[in-house]
Design a protein around this ligand. Structure first.
Ligand code: GRF
Length: 215
C-alpha cells in the first residue's frame, strides 16, 4: 500500500501541484489524503480541488501554536495520514503536531526549504541568499524537528548564482529545482531508501548504499 500523506501549505501551492502531478503520473507512489492550509484564501485550495484531494482549512488567528497544532491534528485525524509533507507551510510546528508522527527515522514530517541549510533559515530565503551575495545556493529537503528549518537533511541540490541573475531569476531557477527534487526525494523516502547513520559520531540520515552500486 502506498503511504497516506497529508500536504500542508499556506499559499501558492506550486510544490503541492508538483507532488500531486508526480503521484498522478506514477512517478511518486503515495496516497494524498488531504491538503491542509491555515489560510482560507490560499491558492493551494484550488489546486487540491483540481486533483480531487479533500481540503481542510484550519485558521491560526488568535490561537497559540500548540492550540493551532491541536486543531490541525483533529482535522487530520479522520484521514489517518502516515506522513506530513510541508510545502510552503508558513508555520512553526510544535511537539503537539510532531509527536504522533514519530517513526524509525525521526518524525515522519518532511519539509522543503529554499536554501542550502543551515544557511539562510526562515522566510524569504532566496532573497536572503541573493542579498548576501552567495555564488551558489540551492534547496534542501529535510525531516522536520522542533526547531525551525533544522531537522535531518535528506537531500540538497544546488545551482550557481551568476552575476547577471536577478532575484527573480534565482527564485525561478530554485523553484524549478524544488519541483523536480521534492517528488524524487519523497519517492526515495517512501521506498525505504534512507536509514539512520552516524558521521563523526553525530547522528544523521543517509541514503542506503545499493547492493548493486559496485556493478
Ligand atoms: C517554496 O519556495 C518553498 O521552498 C518554501 O516556500 C515556497 C512555497 O512555494 N518553503 P509554493 O507554495 O510551493 O509555490
Amino acid at each position: 500500500m502506498p503511504p497516506k500523506i497529508a500536504l500542508l501549505a499556506s499559499g501558492r501551492g506550486s510544490n503541492v501541484r508538483a507532488i500531486l502531478s508526480a503521484i498522478r503520473d506514477g512517478r511518486l507512489r503515495a496516497l494524498p489524503v488531504c491538503v491542509l492550509t491555515n489560510r482560507e484564501d490560499a491558492a493551494v485550495i484550488q489546486i487540491a480541488r483540481e486533483f480531487d484531494v479533500p481540503v481542510e482549512v484550519v485558521p491560526h488567528q488568535d490561537l497559540s501554536r500548540e492550540a493551532h497544532d491541536a486543531r490541525v491534528l483533529d482535522a487530520l485525524s479522520p484521514y489517518q495520514p502516515e506522513w506530513l509533507v510541508m510545502a510552503g507551510y508558513m508555520r512553526l510546528v510544535t511537539p503537539t503536531l510532531l509527536k504522533p508522527f514519530v517513526g524509525p527515522l525521526g518524525y515522519q514530517v518532511v519539509n522543503i526549504h529554499p536554501s542550502l541549510l543551515p544557511a539562510f533559515p526562515g522566510v524569504d530565503a532566496y532573497r536572503q541568499a541573493y542579498e548576501y551575495g552567495v555564488k551558489t545556493t540551492g534547496v534542501t529537503v529535510h525531516l522536520v524537528d522542533e526547531q525551525m528549518d533544522h531537522g535531518p537533511i535528506l537531500h540538497q541540490a544546488s545551482f550557481m548564482v551568476t552575476p547577471e541573475m536577478t532575484l527573480a531569476d534565482v527564485e525561478a531557477t530554485g523553484l524549478a529545482l524544488e519541483h523536480q527534487i521534492y517528488p524524487e526525494v519523497l519517492s526515495a523516502l517512501f521506498a525505504g531508501a534512507f536509514e539512520r547513520g552516524a558521521r563523526q559520531g553525530r547522528p544523521c540520515i543517509q541514503r542506503k548504499v545499493s547492493p548493486y552500486a559496485a556493478c
